[in-house]
Design a protein around this ligand. Structure first.
Ligand code: ZN
Length: 438
């Protein structure tokens, strides 16, 4: 009844005020959803609760109440969608801090680099984004890729034109000429270096500013060589200390966090000294790295899945160019070891897969690999929720389920605190208050 009278009121009002009335004159009826959660983990650092109701108004959590609440019991709610998850484990949507959602590495990647436009990459990202969302990841941080392509994908999701996770996007990866983030191994003139390529501190400030100017939420740079770049240049430090300091200082001065790709200890330590917010991969981290991680509070984003995927690719002839094969065989198995060491030493860990190296949609496999590396299930869930939210600067919005936060909610049929693999295929996914339909 309440709904009906409100509707008629709205109708009358519209007739009286005529076409000059704006949307602001009328408060639209809020849309209510109530989730009945059999087991609820509101915060990965706290104990779970049984038989709870999550009250969601539009895209935000309004309240969490004990028991299974029905709309009739609520004063302010006339009707609501009820989602029955009474036999399931309900928790915050997960966050992948390291993706490349507009591409997937394959033996075609080098051909694609000279045939596809940024618009093509954006379109390719549409089904990839859906797969990541279906896997229970309601937010991703995309650390490098075709700039206009990723910004278009991000903005399309924000506008509700397509379904996908919330995306925080770096533009082009900031890289030295010929370095890991450059496009290597093509005849001169086939591919012009993009605006993320820079040499010398001043030029690197320009590169950072240019990404931000066109819409970057975060800055990603390569502190060391990398596995999948087609150049036999090792995995040690590539940008100088001065270049790294310039990148971090410029990004921070414009309110952007910085993620540094780094394998070799020399580059990891230079990046940490420069003040980065996270080290991606961290393969050969040493004692000094651990000290620096703890001193600066930077996160380690391990991406074990990428290491394993690259090592597997190295054994399939024709998948990786020869310059990458050797590096992939060495680095791959080391990454899990790096995570074991950093976790045991008390370094803060944020979840990240490097999906794009691995197939999009199997991001949850990283959870299992983190357990294999020696992390308890609870610590893994913390890394994929509260820690990643903190790293992304979104701790006020996501990472836990509480009043005022965005309704990014997933569910599993088993208990991931006992068996993490139950999150391989989440039974339910809601992003910003909208249930995802497969
Ligand atoms: Zn990456």
């Amino acid at each position: 009844m309440k709904f009906l009278s409100g509707f008629i009121g709205l109708l009358l009002c519209a007739m009286i005020t005529g076409p000059a009335a704006t949307a602001a004159d009328h408060k639209e009826q809020p849309h209510w959803t109530i989730i009945h959660a059999g087991t609820l983990m509101t915060d990965a650092r706290e104990e779970v609760r049984r038989e709870q109701s999550i009250l969601i108004k539009n895209d935000r959590i309004e309240e969490i109440r004990p028991g299974y609440v029905m709309p009739e019991e609520l004063d302010q709610v006339s009707e609501a969608d009820i989602i029955d998850l009474r036999d399931q484990f309900v928790m915050p949507g997960m966050i992948d801090s390291h993706t490349h959602v507009t591409m997937e590495i394959s033996k075609n990647s080098r051909l694609e680099a000279v045939t596809l436009t940024e618009a093509d990459y954006a379109i390719m990202g549409v089904p990839f984004a859906r797969r990541i969302l279906a896997a229970g990841f309601t937010t991703i941080r995309n650390v490098g890729g075709p700039r206009d392509g990723i910004f278009a994908l991000r903005d399309g999701i924000n506008k509700g034109l397509i379904q996908g996770p919330r995306i925080l996007a770096a533009g082009y990866t900031i890289s030295p000429l010929g370095g890991h983030g450059d496009t290597n191994g093509f005849r001169h003139g086939v591919i012009e270096p993009d605006s993320g390529i820079c040499n010398g501190a001043d030029d690197c400030r320009r590169a950072v500013r240019e990404q931000i100017k066109f819409g970057a939420d975060v800055i990603k740079y390569v502190a060391t060589g990398g596995v999948l770049s087609n150049i036999a240049a090792g995995t040690g430090q590539q940008f100088t200390d001065a270049e790294q300091r310039a990148i971090v200082e410029t990004a921070h001065s414009m309110g952007r966090k910085v993620a540094a790709h780094a394998h070799g200890a020399d580059g990891i330590n230079a990046a940490l000294k420069a003040g980065v917010d996270s080290i991606e991969h961290g393969t050969y981290l040493d004692k000094e790295s651990i000290k620096l991680f703890k001193k600066t509070g930077a996160y380690h984003v391990p991406t074990v899945l990428a290491g394993i995927t690259a090592a597997e690719m190295a054994e399939i002839p024709g998948t990786l160019p020869p310059a990458s094969v050797d590096k992939a065989r060495k680095v791959g198995p080391q990454i899990m070891e790096a995570l074991s060491r950093s976790y045991k030493s008390g370094v803060k860990i944020a979840f990240g897969t490097d999906s794009g190296v691995s197939k999009h949609g199997i991001n949850g496999r990283e959870l299992e690999l983190m357990v294999e590396a020696g992390m308890p299930e609870r610590a893994v869930l913390e890394a994929a929720t509260v820690n990643a939210a903190d790293l992304l600067g979104l701790a006020d919005e996501i990472g836990t389920l509480e009043k005022g936060k965005v309704a990014d909610i997933i569910a599993a049929r088993g208990n991931p605190l006992e068996d993490i693999s139950t999150l391989r295929t989440p039974s339910f996914v809601m992003a910003r208050g909208k249930a995802f339909v497969r």
